[in-house]
Design a protein around this ligand. Structure first.
Ligand code: NCD
Ligand code: ZN
Length: 346
């Protein structure tokens, strides 16, 4: 007998769609299964103003195949020059659902990020006042801080002071990768949420580094020790409303990944739901999958749950293409390293 699982249609609370040919190729991979996604603004140049977000939203909708429905939830990239009035207008019009904080230099295309947090204080105060969430890339960039410690240090040095100065500000800790992140998020109350990626539930740093370097497992924040992966699994599968899916699906063409200075990012949009069903089943928590993919995110953002549903069926192992083709070049799909038995019904 086929096993089936019905979920309210999921949303992705952290997604990179890029632009141009890449956008055209990757958008259907998400829109096939997800109703909405928080769209990361780290284009070159970044999406900084209301006008930038309006234009980018237009390009996304123009790239959407006619037979698909999808709602991009736009974000603005916080810079030291962000104008609180422009940001408030973008939020009040319903266009923009969050603001993204990248510490300058933390990751791909983050050069215009924030260096001096005092400079963005008026913007953060405005956001707290209007209830607009701040999505945080939680890693310090100091050269003397080990890359594996950058999340924990960010929590102490940056995140906690911001939250103490602005207790009403809603914050999402994006793509948490550590036990420290899980514990801080869990204790944070109603104003704090955290996204977890598909790949961080599956890989630890050994997957990336043992037996030859695996550039397609390199992303930021970088995968950590097994103890941290287990803490993420525990958080995601617990049903705790603090935690929700943000795939951080971040496509780069293979020549830029398989490179002496390879780009950070795992592309997982294509098989994310199959991977997650397998993970939740392995942990005996299939009954918690819907909370993680479809309920906790809308609750945090104050948005309605999606009305329609998707059905996953379990059967013989399903195969996905190893790569998707784009007019810019091939993009490798995240390989979970184990067989996938669940798939979303067409
Ligand atoms: C992201 C990208 O490629 O834009 N890369 C990544 O490794 N996650 C940027 C980011 O979210 O850090
Ligand atoms: Zn990201």
């Amino acid at each position: 007998m086929t096993q089936t699982l019905t979920l309210r249609r999921p949303d992705d609370w952290h997604l990179h769609l890029r632009d141009g040919a890449m956008l055209q190729a990757v958008l259907p991979e998400t829109a096939r299964h997800f109703a909405r996604a928080i769209i990361m603004p780290n284009l070159v140049p970044p999406v900084v103003t209301r006008a930038d977000a309006t234009a980018y939203r237009g390009r996304i909708m123009a790239a959407l195949p006619a037979d698909m429905r999808f709602e991009p939830l736009m974000t603005l990239y916080l810079t030291e020059d962000t104008d609180p009035a422009d940001l408030a207008a973008a939020a009040e019009s319903g266009l923009v659902k969050a603001v993204k904080l990248y510490p300058a230099g933390a990751t791909t295309n983050s050069a215009s990020g924030v260096k001096d947090f005092d400079k963005v204080r008026p913007v953060l105060e405005k956001m707290a006042e209007i209830g607009l969430p701040l999505c945080v890339h939680g890693e310090v960039t100091d050269a003397d801080i080990d890359i594996f410690d950058r999340e924990a240090v960010f929590i102490d040095r940056v995140l906690d002071p911001i939250r103490r100065a602005n207790p009403a500000l809603k914050v999402v800790m994006e793509h948490i990768t550590t036990k420290d992140g899980v514990e801080y998020a869990r204790a944070g109350g109603d104003t704090l949420g955290a996204t977890i990626t598909t790949h961080h539930l599956i890989i630890n740093r050994n997957h990336m580094l043992v037996g030859g370097i695996k550039p397609h497992y390199y992303c930021l924040p970088v995968a950590k020790r097994e103890v941290h992966r287990l803490a993420l699994r525990d958080a995601a599968t617990s049903g705790d409303a603090t935690f929700f899916l943000g795939t951080d699906s971040a496509p780069h063409i293979d020549p830029l990944k398989e490179n002496a200075c390879g780009c950070a990012g795992c592309f997982s949009a294509t098989n994310t739901l199959s991977c997650l069903a397998e993970v939740f089943e392995q942990d005996g928590a299939l009954d918690k999958l819907e909370a993680f993919t479809s309920l906790n995110g809308p609750a945090f953002y104050g948005l309605p749950e999606n009305e329609d549903t998707i059905i996953l069926t379990k059967g013989d192992p399903v195969t996905y293409p190893a790569k998707i083709d784009t007019d810019d070049g091939p993009v490798t799909v995240f390989d979970p390293g184990f067989a996938l038995h669940w798939q979303v019904q067409a």
